[in-house]
Design a protein. Structure first.
Length: 137
């Protein structure tokens, strides 16, 4: 079960609702990142559980009369992964791995951010709230 916390900067007042580290739920995994272009913190989805149907290739188009589904190289946003319907029990699943990327633009420069870490705007260490903001699976 993953947890998201409120982080706040005592100097500039910047606020973020992120995990503060790599975290894992039942259906996806996240890593907190700092985007240098946006000057913000985000939870980037690094792994996602999807239905793993036998015979379906991960590329788009038709081949031999069968539809092949395309899996995007760009990871879904944290809120999108959080609001997905759960994978039905008893079905084959597989994990899809994504590289970390900014949810605003995949061309932005990002780096892994772990608590305790500095504010992306002014460089002072952020303070974490003691209680989690959200518990997610």
């Amino acid at each position: 079960m993953g947890r998201s916390y409120h982080f706040e900067c005592p100097r500039c007042g910047y606020r973020a609702r992120v995990s503060g580290r790599a975290d894992r739920g039942l259906n996806f995994c996240v890593q907190t990142i700092q985007c240098r272009e946006c000057k913000a913190l985000y939870d980037a989805v690094t792994r996602l559980k999807i239905l793993g149907e036998p015979g379906v290739q991960p590329n788009a188009g038709f081949k031999n009369g069968r539809l092949r589904r395309k899996i995007s190289d760009h990871p879904p946003a944290f809120e999108s992964a959080l609001n997905r319907l759960p994978v039905p029990a008893g079905r084959r699943t597989r994990w899809v791995q994504f590289r970390i990327a900014c949810p605003i633009s995949s061309r932005h420069r990002v780096q892994v951010w772990n608590e305790p870490g500095k504010c992306p705007r002014c460089g002072v260490y952020l303070e974490r709230n003691a209680l989690p903001f959200r518990l997610w699976e």
